[in-house]
Every structure is written in structure tokens, then in C-alpha cells.
Write a protein that binds this ligand. Sequence first.
Ligand code: F58
Length: 830
Amino acid sequence: MTLCDADITPTEDPRTGLHAPTLRRAIVDHLTYEQGVLPAFATTTDWYMALAHAVRDRLLHRWARTVETYVARDVKVVAYLSAEFLPGPHLGNNLAQLGIEEAARQAVTELGLDLAALLEQEEEPGLGNGGLGRLASCFLDSLATLEVPAIGYGIRYEFGLFDQEIRDGWQVEVTDKWLRDGNPWEIARPQLSCPVSFGGRTESYADDQKRYRVRWVPERVVNGIPYDTPIAGYRVGTCNTLRLWRAEACESFDFQAFNVGDYYRAVDEKIVSETLTKVLYPNDEPEIGKRLRLAQQYFFVACSLRDMLRILDLTGVPVERFPEQFAVQLNDTHPSIAVAELMRLLVDERLLAWEPAWEITQRTFGYTNHTLLPEALETWPLSLFGSVLPRHLEIVREIDRRFLEVVRARHPGDTARAARMSIVDEEAGKRIRMAHLACVGSHAVNGVSALHSDLVRQSVLRDFAELWPERFSNKTNGVTPRRFLAQANPELSALLTDHVGGGWVTALDELHRIEPLADDAVFRRRWRDVKRRTKERLAAHVAATTGVTIDPEWLFDVQVKRIHEYKRQHLNVLHIVSCYRRLKQGRGRDVPPRAFVFAGKAAPGYVMAKLIIKLINAVAAVVNADPDVNQHLKVAFIPNFGMKNAHLVYPAADLSEQISLAGKEASGTGNMKFAMNGALTIGTLDGANVEIRDAVGAENFFLFGLTADEVRVAKARGYRPEEVYRSDAELQDTVDFLTSGFLSGGDRDLFRPLVASLLDRDEYMLLADYRSYLECQAAVSRRYADADDWARRSILNVARIGKFSSDRAIREYCADIWETAPVPVTPAAG
Ligand code: F58
């Protein structure tokens, strides 16, 4: 490897140039002068870091232009507040957004390296649990691509979501040390740190105009340090910011004055302060009443609002114009303490009167609800809330008092309604209902699919929708086609681009132009060849990570998502066990062979979900080892589902399992990622499945199960699962098999809790949907037997998936909620 100046494209700046020779020079420069490593001794990680830094320079070049443009044009900025972001690996994404994959490949090849190996080095930031965090990242991608000024605000967890290992079929959690080798994508900005107060008490005083005022005398102050990650739009000048906050002890805080104690106590304080952003809570439902979680939420919200006010002050805009400068979106209730915090900042610190402050607050916020599960709606015990945030408790009470006046004026004498709507739940041991706070403090409230938004209006927030119907709307989720199609599935992307040009990457509706090709036999052949290669890649990954060999000729039947009873991975298992039993009885040998692939993490404390993982692996062990069946059936559980292996999974699926009980999944986004890659869906009428089915055509979607209405009626009538069990011999045989000991080395008790939950209560109505699911799976098998016809339907799924781009979703948010418009950034020369 040699390098001489003649190799550099003469007109290119070494920090910004996009051609291979310039990139090559930049990589070596970073390696040598920033990392202090000689090329001869560099490890693959060193080279990855050097390439990442070279790419980051190019991003920062755009980022600087973007900031300049926003400041000069006095724009309105979307502030997306989310406790979770799941950006996935940055390197591949950034190369694609900048359009320099080929230049980078050439540069590293000339250095004797392999780009794929460097991409593999990146630790993915697992700063979220699942769909909600990934949605936030898809939205940031679309905002930047659509050239909308935006900033994502969140938490820089030192440990992201745990890594999952499977030992003896059980999930084992391993800490995610994603920052171990450093993070080349972020820039710390200690000069922009924000102090955040906690605990203590409040005091009233009269200001110089003798007005009643309150000040907060905190017990503890923590510093928030922002870490910025550039978020580049696709092939545009815009590069927005993801700003994540890390907690640091506040050195200047006067411990003596607050009688906190001695030096050692101060060191303890430091540890306590810095614990705040140590770890992401790994639950897909809120953990009831965890003080640290409330502190995390307040911490990042307080930092973010202070940051917005700082920007406002910097540009000399008066605080009254806050809602014209920032549209702040609350991604679920996790950041909803922002309503009280903005009021505190305006009333206590900026000395505004309550009414104008309240108007500013309501105009500023929008709230997105992501769940209907009653157990997932966040509430905080009043006492805990008051001890962490004493001033906010007073403010919330005042918001509630004024709000209830409105309710009582509208519905005189309806005390039950006022009690239902109150932000403070006076029963249940007194708790603050965060969804109510978010709803009262926002001008817009939305659900994430048409069905979910209807159910929000009819159930969880019904009284609010009656009071303020104009505030409620639907914004069906979407996913970014850049990551989930262009990057995850380069071969399918190339095929699409061959036929309709590359415009679909930013205008996914363009794919409708491949629809006529569904009837073209040559195109279908090519389509099937691409699918075959993606399946080979997944099969190699499955073999490497699980030891299970699956045949790419088989139907790949895939369910990947968090493990949760409502998502019903165990319904999928009941189907597999029924197939297994049939095969053992000499039936079902004429159906196309299938590989069942699962992946997903269970919350560490969710015993039943962990037992479902064990069950999947137990069934896999029996099925895969049995020569009577393993020519027809295989089962694999891919460990540690995350963004990296997701890139392999979605493109390779033939069948996408979206089988939650109707009314439980708010939207789902995996359903969109699969369909976008040509999988056909087997699903219930739940979440966005309803709209996907409408879009791709009922004949290209395998529908089964009760509807949300039927679920409601069945439950109201008194659903008795054991009756269903007794009336269906095959179901009985299948369920009994789980406790036969055959799956568990003779242990008949291992899966008994699961079986008992099905027979006693069956909250998620697996038994009710079992027969319909099996019949639908039989229809799937019949269809798959005609591979060419399957390809035709697969093509139609992709051709009609345009609506599910996050670009469409973001356009709707911009038009209906944020009132923001694109602000193009002209690329600087160089
Ligand atoms: C998910 N929620 C919904 N929550 O379940 C899914 O239907 C939807 O498509 C997606 O949001 C995006 O709208 C979800 O992922 C969480 O992970 C929370 C993490 C923090 C604790 C509470 C759950």
C-alpha cells in the first residue's frame, strides 16, 4: 500500500472530497494523526474508525451548511422527543445517503481492505426496545431526506438494550457495551451542557412587582452533556442532528450550602448522578413506579427544552414565539413531563403569567400514542413524583384544576367523567396519568394506524376525543425505504431500479410502475432468483448462529419482533406442533416444506415471554433432530435480533407473521418491512395490517382470526377457552403435547404455566383463533406450491407498498400537526 500526493484528486478538499483517492488519503490521515496508529499495525477496528471519521467529516461539512441555512432563514424546527432511538449501524447508511459506497469500496480495496469486513465492525447503538425507537429513527431519516429542519432529542444510554444469548434454549442477557471502542459518529459538546434539578422543595415569594412567585430549591443538580450525531438526508444537502444527553455530576453544585456533607458524600453523589443515563430500561411495557426511570425522563426533557430556549435566545426571538420556532412531538408519554417543564420554565423562570404560558405550551406540543394495552399506560405514584419533582407536582395539580373546570362546565354534575379524565387519579393510591397530561397539554393527539387511532378515540382517550374531537387524528406509521429496502436488499433494489429508475428511493409510490411486470414471466424469474439469493444469505447466518441448516428452496416463514404474549409467537408454535404431529402420523407430507424462523428479545423480567423462547427452542430441538419430519419442517431461533441481523431477515422472508390478537398491536412496522421486501403476510386485522391488506389487495394477503369488534363481543359474553379446547381434537392434542414431557426431557411441568394460561384465561385468545390460523396456513401452503404465482403476488406486494414509506408519514405530520415546510440546503462547494 503506497500513497503519494499525485493520487489525490487535485481539486478536492481532503476533508470533503468524495472521490476514491481523496477518501483513501483521508482514511490514512485519520488513522495516523487522530488515532495514532500506523497502517502496518492497524486492526480492522482501527480501519473502521478511520473510515468512519473520514465519512463523518463529509457529514459535518453538510451539517455546518445546514445550521447556517436554518439560522439565516429563521426556520421552524421539529423537535422529536423520544426516550429511545434505534438508528442501526451508521457507516453503511451514511455511505448510501452521501452516494459514496463505490468510492469508499474502491478506497478501502486499494488499501488492501474489504469494505464488508469494515462494516461488520460497527457496534450498533441499541438505544431502544423495539418499534417505537426504530420509528423515531425512521422519522429522523425522512425528515432529513425531505429537507425539514429537525432535531431528535433523547438519552445517550451507556448500556443499550442487552445482548441476547441463547443457552440451553433459554434467553440469557448480556450487557451491551456499545461504547467500548468509542463512538466515531458522535461529537460531545460540553460547552452546551445544561443543569437539571431534582428533589428538594418549593418556596413562594413576592417578586419586585409584588406578584406571587414560586422558586424550586432542589436537593440535587445534575449536568446534561449533549452528544450530537449527524443525520444526513438521502442525496440532499440537509444534515440534521440527533442530540442525546449524558448525565454528569455537577462539580459546581454547592454541596455545603445544601448541607449535603463531606467529600465522600460528594463522590457518592457523583455516582448517583451519573447512574441516570447508565442503562436503557429493557421493558416493552413501563415498569411501574421506578424512580430512576422518571428521573431519566425528566432529565432528557429538561435538557432538551433548555436547549431550545437557548437557541431561541441566541437568535433573539422572544419566548412568546416559541411555538413558531419549535414543533415539539412527544413520542409516547415518556417525554410528557415536558408539558409541566415548559410551564415551569415560562412561569417560574421567564416570569410569564399562567394563561399565555399555557397557550404557548399547548401550541408547542403534539402527542403520539403507541399503545392501547391498559397495563402499558404510564402512571406515577403521586408521592414518588412529588419527591423527584416537587415543583412539577404543583404545576400538574394546577393544570388539572383548571382543566377540570372546563370539564365540569361542559358536563355539569358528571362527577364520574371528571374523575375519569382527571390527570391525578385520586383512586388507585393516587397516581399521575401521563397520557392525560400529554393530551391536555397538546394541540394534537394521534394514533399510529387507522384502526389504532379509532380505538384510541373509542377507548383509552374517549372522553378527551369527545371534548376536543379536532385534536385527534391518525398518522399511520411508515418505515424508511432507504434502510429497509435500498440498503437491506441491494439485489432487489437493483432489479427495481433497472425497471423503473432509482426515483422510488425517495418516492416509494413509484414502485407501482412494476405492477404490470407481475405478469411478465421473465421478470418473475429474475424476482425469484433475487429472493433465492437473499434466502441463501439468511440460511448461512442461521447456520452460523444456531447450527440449524435450512434449505433456501423451502418456504421461509418468519416472525421477528419483541416476544410478548399479545404478539402470539406461541400461536405460531401451536401451528408448528400441529404440523409436526400430523407428519408423525404420516399426514401432511405433500405440502411444501417450511423453515420457521424466529427472533426477538423478551423483557428480562417477563417470565412467560422467556418461557415462550424456551418453548420455541425446545420445539426446534425436537423437530430438527427427527428424521421423520426434518425433510419437511425446520425451526430456528436467531439470537440477538437487532438492526444488523434485521437487514438479513426481512429480504429473505416468503411469509411474514403478523398474528397479534386484533386490537392489541397499535400499528406494527415489521409488517411493512417484510411486505416492502416482497413477503406475503399472514395476519389478523390488527394495527396497520388492515391498511397493508387494503393496499396490496385482499387476494395477496392471508387473513385469519377474530376482528377487534369480535374480540370485544366475545370477551363481554364471557370467553371460555377450555370449551374451545374441548371442541377441537387437534387443538387438544397439540396443547397436551406441550405438557407431555416430550419437548422437555420428560419434565411435564416446564411448559405448564404456558398451557395453564391458555386454558384458564387465554387473555390473547390463541385458542379462539387457532382453527382459523391453521386453515389459513393450509391456504398459504397451497399457494406456495405454485412458486410462480407466489412470485406474482410478491411483486404486487412491493408494487403497492408505497404508502408505508416514513416519507408519507412525515409529510402528514408536517402538514397537519407541525406546520413546517422543507428548507433546502444548497450544498457548499468542495
Ligand atoms: C410500538 N411500541 C407498538 N413501545 O407496540 C407498535 O405497534 C408500533 O408499531 C410501534 O410502537 C411504533 O408506533 C413500542 O415499541 C416500546 O417499546 C416502549 C418502550 C418503553 C416502555 C414502554 C414500551
